[in-house]
Design a protein around this ligand. Structure first.
Ligand SMILES: [Zn+2]
Length: 52
């Protein structure tokens, strides 16, 4: 397991929802992160590490 890689997340898209703005970020290693802002908190989902 790698633990030293720092994800370099780049915003790829964002959408407005009733909960606020949901933004999708992607790292070159393949990891994804979904952040919801404007709501009560920030949700991180669908995040995975490198797969080599
Ligand atoms: Zn990464």
């Amino acid at each position: 397991m790698r633990s030293t890689h720092l994800h370099e997340l780049i915003a790829v898209s964002s959408h407005r929802t009733s909960e606020g703005l949901v933004a999708y970020f992607r790292c070159e290693c393949g990891a994804w992160e979904v952040r919801a802002s404007g709501g009560a908190d920030v949700a991180i989902a669908a995040t995975r590490g490198g797969c080599d």
